[in-house]
Design a protein around this ligand. Sequence first.
Ligand SMILES: [Zn+2]
Length: 317
Amino acid sequence: MQPTQLLGAVDVGATKTLVAALQTTVDRWPADVLVRRFPTPVDVDELVARIAAALAELADGRSLKRIGVGAPGPLDPITGIILHSPNQAWRDVPLGPMLAAEAGAPVALDDDANLGALGEAVLGAGAGASSIAYVTIGTGIGAGIVINGRIMRGGHGNAGEVGHLVVDPIGPRCGCGGRGHVESFAGGAGLARRARAQWPSGLLRGDTLIAAPTDADGVFRAARRGEPDARGLADDAADALAIALAAVVATLDPDRIVVGGSLGLRQRSFVRAAVLRARRRVIAEAARSLHVVPARLGSMSVLAGAAVLASQVEHHP
Ligand SMILES: [Zn+2]
């Protein structure tokens, strides 16, 4: 049998890394796709070595044609350099060139929001639509735009940065250093910070102090139970997310908005509340055509996007 070339796909997440090898077409995703996963090492040399080892094991003697890699941004998809990753404390890390040297195949790198968008657009909830915006709500909030199967990065790579739109200039701090951003109200880390500030010593029910929510899911649970302060935080979160969704609709008017990310997939009623509010923030025609669906690839959307990127031959220099 002739040795076949494979595609590599990698999702470097904040906590875990997924590595996959597949045939040179993504049509059969997720069938025939072998996946390895391991906790993301903080040390970049170790990360690169582990990815290369996993790819070599999956390829089993066959060569790799190209490797698509999704990583936390901001990063430069042309040079393959991660500019800054707060979770890993990385600065100017040349992940693309390092992995290309170690694994012996060209690497195409892009940020996780863009690749989540590409994965969902081609293989998930956006399949069949010509334009989609993928909004990911997890620790932070990001968005990727895909038009006709291609990522739209904008002139400077910042297209879709709706998580850092200002909701309230004197609002709570954002992970990026700004104030009152969408993400500070509606992202997982922002909601956890707001919960700690709201209930520094517990939540008063009647005369009893009970354990207060410490994370976003806890805030939404308490809000559903009717805790007034939690409802306030959940309300602020829905308002903030509505601003992000309205901005996407007003500027892009996509066929579909796909909502993913751990929080976006778990807290569907929060997303629905935000969609209702977003409809009131845009022109009536756009409100009627606003179509929001949950991501279909779950925790695999970035990995799938990395595979699609690797399959797009002329995509990267
Ligand atoms: Zn921000």
